[in-house]
Design a protein around this ligand. Structure first.
Ligand code: SAM
Ligand code: SF4
Length: 341
């Protein structure tokens, strides 16, 4: 192990259950050109532009976090490709590889990929997760309020640019659960890895119900009716449970029925500097002021940030089910479009 990697290991953030933190998700905007019913509220109140962290501040924060054990950074949103300067930011992040950063990824709805895929590849992005919940045009429109075709073209452009891609499909009972077989067949033809995601209670208008969730078991039952399905071993800190379907990998992220919380190594920052130790955390930590001081190169700014972060990360709860149990009324106002999935 080289000295930089040793330093990273020593400094890694850890929570009270011994889970070390290796992955950071940064939401660079809460704005989106889609309006997915399971994510965005009917009437979103966008964050004010002047409240957003600049890319310069975000870069300083990433530098700080990579020196404390973060190995993978995922850029998300809202729709990350809506924020001007995001490609340049990815190019800047390359400088952190020498400090131990191993992967830079993005989650996108794919709508703008035809325009940006080649530039993202050139900037050094390692991989893309693209959301696609239906191959039926009318259903896609019902779910997102947008057209399907630009997303399919975006996926093609990403593959042409040389990206290995993962397709994320959120399933909602009665809305798009008829897409399990078509999406599985399509992903096999496209040579893309598909991951089904159980609907989580993070939609903007809090309409989520347990009955609307298509569970891992129900997804598997449909897949097994048509294909040979085998479970793969070794989930590790990966959120998806992996299967082979006719010999090709398909993942299922089953936060509701089989959460991966016991091995969660993720941390999250939203576009205005609120930090979350869990997707379902009851409370975030506003770090905007501390993050903006980082560029002043004052070690006192670093140690103040280190202290607040360590103690907040330490208090990370056991997981989704523990948080749901303690939460008498689901009063948290943050939804997926603000925190980034
Ligand atoms: N706009 C980008 C996109 O859609 O890929 C990135 C942000 S989006 C919030 C990140 C991921 O969260 C997407 O794959 C989306 O399908 C997923 N997501 C949003 N709301 C969800 C919910 N309530 N339950 C499960 N997944 C959700
Ligand atoms: Fe936008 Fe992504 Fe949320 Fe859909 S899931 S509304 S594309 S942020």
């Amino acid at each position: 192990m080289n000295s930089m990697a040793q330093l990273q290991q020593m400094n890694a953030f850890q929570d009270q259950f011994g889970r070390e933190k290796r992955k950071l998700r940064i939401s660079v905007t809460d704005r989106c050109n889609f309006k997915c019913s399971y994510c965005m509220p009917e009437h979103p109140e966008w964050m004010k532009k002047h409240n957003l962290l600049s890319f310069e501040a975000l870069y300083q924060f990433c530098d700080f976090m990579v020196r404390r054990g973060i190995e993978q950074i995922r850029i998300t949103g809202g729709e990350p490709l809506l924020r001007q300067g995001v490609v340049h930011f990815i190019a800047q992040l390359q400088a952190l590889r020498k400090l131990g950063l191993k992967r830079i990824s993005m989650t996108t709805n794919g709508h703008y990929l035809k325009r940006f895929a080649a530039a993202l590849k050139q900037a050094g992005l390692d991989d893309l997760n693209i959301s696609l919940d239906s191959l039926n045009e009318a259903q896609f429109h019902q779910l997102t309020q947008k057209q399907l075709q630009p997303v399919l073209e975006g996926i093609a452009a990403a593959q042409e640019a040389g990206f290995s891609i993962k397709i994320n499909a959120v399933l909602i009972k009665g809305l798009n659960d008829d897409q399990i077989i078509p999406l599985a067949q399509w992903a096999q033809q496209q040579n893309a890895e598909l991951r089904f995601i159980e609907f989580m209670p993070l939609d903007g208008d809090q309409h989520w119900t347990q009955q609307a969730v298509v569970s891992e078991q129900q997804i598997l039952a449909q897949l097994q009716s048509r294909f040979d399905v085998q479970m793969m071993q070794g989930q590790g800190a990966n959120p998806a449970r992996n299967y082979t379907v006719n010999g090709r990998p398909i993942g299922i992220i089953s936060t509701i029925t089989n959460s991966f919380c016991s091995s969660c190594d993720r941390l999250r920052l939203n576009a205005q500097g609120e930090f979350y130790n869990c997707l379902f955390a009851r409370q975030g930590l506003n770090l905007k002021a501390e993050i903006e001081l980082l560029s002043s190169a004052e070690s006192v700014a670093e140690s103040a940030l280190q202290q607040r972060l360590s103690s907040y990360i330490w208090r990370k709860e056991q997981g989704f089910h523990a948080i749901q149990q303690h939460q008498a009324n689901n009063s948290r106002k943050i939804s997926m479009h603000m925190i980034g999935g």
